[in-house]
Design a protein around this ligand. Structure first.
Ligand SMILES: [Cu+2]
Length: 245
C-alpha cells in the first residue's frame, strides 16, 4: 500500500521499490491508521464531534487505499467484551504485542493457524466452535501478543469509563498508526474534569514567572548539580547566534 508519508505514488510508490526489503509496510488496525486529534479526548471531550472520529463502519475502500483518521470504537459501560485479534500475516512475519490502557483482560485463547490466515477463515472456525477458548483460570494481562497467521482472544469487563488507547507496543508500529481508542461509556459516565485543568494550547510561560525564575537561577547558580551541561548549552546558543550574524 502507498502510505503517502513514506511512498509517493508514481514517484516513489510502494511497488516502484523493486527491492522488497526496502518497501516500508504500514501496519494498521482494520485497515485504518490512527491519527490522533490535536487535543486530548478525555479532558476535552466536550469538543469531540462525531465527524471528527471514524471506525470501520464510516470508511470504505481502505484495503486498497491508505485510510487515516481518529479511530474510535464505542463500547457500552460495563459490557462484557470478547475481542478476537487476528494477524492475517500476509505481509511479513511479525507478532504484534497489543496493550490496552485502563483495563486488564483475560487471555482465553491464542493459536497460530498457518503462515497466514483470513478473517473469513477465523469467522468460519468460530462458527464451528473450533477456536481455542480456555475459561478455566485464564491469565490476566494488560499486554498480549497476536501470533502471525493466527489469533488471540481476550475478555474483560468494560468497567473503567473513558477514552483508552489500544495499541501495538512495537514503538514504530504505534507511532505510524497501529492503534485505536476505545470509548467506554458515555461522556457523563467519565470522571469530571478538574477545575482549571490545563487545556491544549493554553499554556503560556509568562503566566508562570516562578518557572522562568527557577530556570534562570539554575543557569547562573554555582551550586547547580549540572553546571557543565548548562555551560555547554549556553555556549552552543552563543555559537548559533554568531553563525546567524
Ligand atoms: Cu505491531
Amino acid at each position: 500500500m502507498d502510505n503517502p508519508y513514506f511512498h509517493k505514488p508514481n514517484v516513489y510508490g510502494f511497488h516502484n521499490v523493486t527491492d522488497t526489503t526496502q518497501q516500508l509496510l504500514t501496519p494498521q488496525l482494520n485497515h485504518i491508521s490512527m491519527k490522533l486529534l490535536p487535543f486530548p479526548l478525555l479532558s476535552e471531550r466536550s469538543h469531540v464531534k462525531q465527524e471528527m472520529i471514524c471506525n470501520e463502519s464510516t470508511v470504505s475502500n481502505c484495503d486498497k487505499t491508505f485510510c487515516e483518521c481518529t479511530h474510535v470504537v464505542q463500547i457500552p459501560l460495563n459490557a462484557v467484551v470478547e475481542m478476537i485479534l487476528i494477524d492475517k500475516g500476509f505481509a511479513y512475519d511479525a507478532n504484534h504485542p497489543f496493550h490496552l490502557h485502563g483495563h486488564s483482560f483475560r487471555v482465553i485463547g491464542m493459536e497460530k493457524v498457518g503462515k497466514n490466515v483470513t478473517v473469513d477463515k477465523i469467522v468460519e472456525l468460530d462458527e464451528k466452535n473450533l477456536l481455542l477458548r480456555n475459561l478455566e483460570n485464564p491469565p490476566i494481562k494488560d499486554t498480549v501478543t497476536v501470533p502471525d497467521g493466527g489469533y488471540t482472544i481476550i475478555r474483560f469487563v468494560a468497567s473503567n469509563p473513558g477514552y483508552w488507547l489500544f495499541h501495538c507496543h512495537i514503538e514504530f508500529h504505534v507511532e505510524i498508526g497501529m492503534s485505536l481508542v476505545f470509548k467506554f461509556g458515555e461522556h457523563e459516565d467519565m470522571p469530571p474534569v478538574p477545575d482549571g485543568f490545563p487545556k491544549c494550547g493554553n499554556y503560556d510561560v509568562v503566566d508562570h514567572p516562578s518557572i522562568v525564575e527557577s530556570i534562570w537561577s539554575s543557569l547562573f547558580s554555582s551550586s547547580s548539580s549540572i553546571p557543565q551541561i548548562q555551560f555547554i548549552t549556553f555556549c552552543l546558543a552563543l555559537i548559533i547566534l554568531r553563525v546567524l550574524r
